[in-house]
Design a protein around this ligand. Structure first.
Ligand code: 6PG
Length: 247
């Protein structure tokens, strides 16, 4: 499916528009299925969006009691570390809305080795999406209602970095990556493309001219572009919310 691109005048406008769109997705999901499964992204771009979601008119449009939060990736740092994607969401969103603690499915990034954490998070996801099935029996992938993603200046998304073997993963739902080329250069845990691409909707947020050339390449040559973000081709909707620095 060709991506839909929506251009906004500023990161502030982009964030407000994304908040409104997420409210629409949340209302539709809860109305149809009684639940909204929302995968959060990290980095700096979503900060304003998360803050917007705590304010009216957005906060009261989301049924937080039936909203479940997950993470697309996490750095292997303590959850109170400023580099933690959970910490970003906790400080800007979670501590301001009435989402039940049992609805927050964070990646326990420092409880064990990165590989063990990835296996643990996959187990958490399997138990959430396939409670009846044996933990490793199903080959199907979970379909999140909304996966929020960012894109790095090297075209990475989540923690799927150029040249990493994680880009080729077709079986596991969650893997660990070394993250040596990342900022910060720490091991990370990431959802894999089969899971991301099973989403009903993937929403990229991208701001700033440093990502313009990569975005143009991905949108104009979706099947030949080699950047990791180009491999996000969900069975559902694919949207890019960008600001004028990128248009
Ligand atoms: C992470 C993110 C990552 C992020 C991009 C863009 O853990 O770093 O999940 O994929 O979305 O690096 O980051 P910025 O929003 O800071 O440009």
């Amino acid at each position: 499916m060709k991506p839909e691109i929506r251009t906004h005048q500023s990161l502030e406008d982009l964030s407000r528009a994304a908040a409104a769109y997420i409210c629409e997705m949340a209302e539709g999901a809860v109305k149809e299925r009684g639940i909204f499964t929302f995968v959060l992204s990290g980095g700096t771009t979503p900060r304003l969006l998360y803050e917007e979601l705590t304010k009216e008119p957005y906060a009261s449009r989301v049924d937080w009691q039936h909203t479940h939060l997950f993470w697309g990736d996490e750095r292997c740092v303590p959850s109170d570390n400023a580099d933690s994607n959970f910490y970003l969401a906790f400080q800007t969103l979670i501590s301001w809305v009435n989402v039940p603690p049992s609805n927050i499915h964070r990646i326990p990034a420092t409880i064990a080795s990165p590989k063990a954490v990835a296996a643990e998070y996959e187990k958490t996801l399997r138990e959430f999406f396939q409670p009846a099935a044996r933990s490793d029996s199903s080959t199907s992938f979970p379909s999140f209602d909304l996966v929020l993603l960012g894109m790095g200046v090297d075209g990475h998304t989540a923690s799927l970095f150029p040249g990493d073997t994680a880009l080729e993963e077709r079986t596991r739902w969650v893997v660990a990556v070394e993250g040596t080329s990342a900022s910060p250069p720490v091991p990370r845990i990431t959802l894999t493309f089969p899971v991301i691409n099973e989403a009903k909707c993937v929403l990229f947020l991208a701001s700033g001219s440093s990502k313009l050339k990569i975005l143009q390449e991905i949108v104009n040559n979706p099947h030949t572009a080699t950047y990791p973000a180009a491999h996000v081709r969900p069975s559902g909707k694919l949207l890019w919310f960008i600001d004028e620095g990128l248009a």
